[in-house]
Ligand binder design. Structure first.
Ligand SMILES: Cc1cc2nc3c(=O)[nH]c(=O)nc-3n(C[C@H](O)[C@H](O)[C@H](O)COP(=O)(O)OP(=O)(O)OC[C@H]3O[C@@H](n4cnc5c(N)ncnc54)[C@H](O)[C@@H]3O)c2cc1C
Length: 307
């Protein structure tokens, strides 16, 4: 145990912190790629008060990283210094209010979609196909088939890295393509979503459409993180997968990492040695596309940790 870890544990003990704290905790099982380094300190808070308490105790001493379902991240082999937060199952409650739905940020998108179908609330069908949590969906402005999180988001209750709780409301500037401008030092805890009444049949049909389209266009049951690169809308109308194919990289492989034959922007990880190789694969693709086509591809996947 190092000095950071010892001091952190002592402070948590002094302040009667509740929740699971783990030291040098391997994060492989928290990422869809299935390979990752360790968290120096890993904490799963049971509620917003304990989360705020821990962040206040830490108060900028150690860097903080938050992860959701790990469906859009690479965690490098050297692991993440400081405190890694993952909201526990206690943050997965859904409450129906008169004018909105309140959703815990650890709720899986698919669970929300199913809940809304049951309760005849429209507009959340697109979440049926996205494998992340609501916190990740808000951070990434996740979406598909012309729907995005920004279309249904009202506001979120967040805790910043110093333990201050605040609310952030939707605005024109808050979201853009696969990004949100919610400050990087905010942990999204509770999300308020629009409640539009719709018929169960109509909702079921839309969910089926989403599911069918996804099964047709995307690989299933593989180690991936979804779209690797954003569509470079500022440079071309072509999608990232088209650009990858045009650059002749559809069948490129690096030590067990390759693109899915069903979707040329989905990386398949078929090895268990290293997360760094996945990043190397992506960086090779970026530089080769730049060299051959002059297009800059930017990562949609978020990359954390040390090499
Ligand atoms: C098979 C597959 C299909 C996919 N299809 C789609 C798709 O159609 N559309 C789409 O948009 N995405 C898609 N994705 C990508 C991914 O599912 C989404 O980006 C999802 O919203 C990420 O959520 P997550 O909980 O997994 O977040 P993570 O991957 O764990 O984290 C992603 C980012 O969100 C941040 N974050 C997570 N939780 C919080 C929180 N509570 N507070 C603050 N920040 C947080 C993390 O710090 C990180 O920056 C797909 C991924 C896979 C594997």
């Amino acid at each position: 145990m190092n000095e950071n870890q010892r001091e952190f544990l002592e402070n948590c003990k002094k302040n009667n912190v509740i929740g699971k704290i783990q030291i040098n905790h391997n994060l492989s099982k928290y990422t869809w790629f299935g390979v990752a380094g360790n968290a120096e300190i890993f904490y799963m808070p049971p509620n917003i008060e304990e989360l705020a308490k821990v962040l206040e105790i830490n108060r900028d001493k150690l860097p903080v990283t938050v992860i959701g379902a790990g469906s859009n991240i690479i965690i490098r082999d050297g692991g993440i210094f400081g405190l890694v937060i993952k909201l526990g199952k206690e943050f997965s409650q859904i409450k129906l209010h008169n004018d909105c739905i309140e959703v815990g940020a650890a709720t899986y998108d698919r669970v929300l979609s199913n809940y809304c179908q049951k309760n005849e609330i429209g507009g959340m069908e697109f979440y049926f196909g996205i494998p992340g949590t609501l916190g990740g969906a808000v951070r990434m402005n996740a979406g598909c088939y012309n729907y995005e999180t920004k279309d249904v988001f009202i506001k979120a209750k967040c805790v910043d890295y110093r333990g201050q709780v605040s609310e952030i409301s939707n605005s024109k500037e808050l979201f853009s393509y696969r990004e949100s401008n919610i400050p990087q030092d905010m942990i999204i805890c509770d999300v308020y979503m629009q409640k539009k009444i719709a018929s169960k049949n109509a909702i079921s049909l839309k969910m089926k459409e989403v599911d069918d389209q996804r099964k047709k266009a995307q690989p299933q049951q593989i180690k991936t993180a979804g779209s690797t690169f954003k569509n470079p809308k500022d440079q071309t109308d072509k999608k990232a997968w088209e650009i990858i194919e045009e650059a002749g990289l559809k069948n490129f492989e690096l030590q067990g990492i390759y693109f899915s034959s069903k979707h040329s922007n989905f990386i398949v990880n078929n090895q268990t040695k290293s997360a760094n190789i996945i990043e190397d694969f992506g960086e090779y693709v970026r530089s080769d596309v730049k060299k051959k086509l002059g297009i800059s591809l930017n990562w949609e996947i978020k990359i954390f940790g040390e090499r």
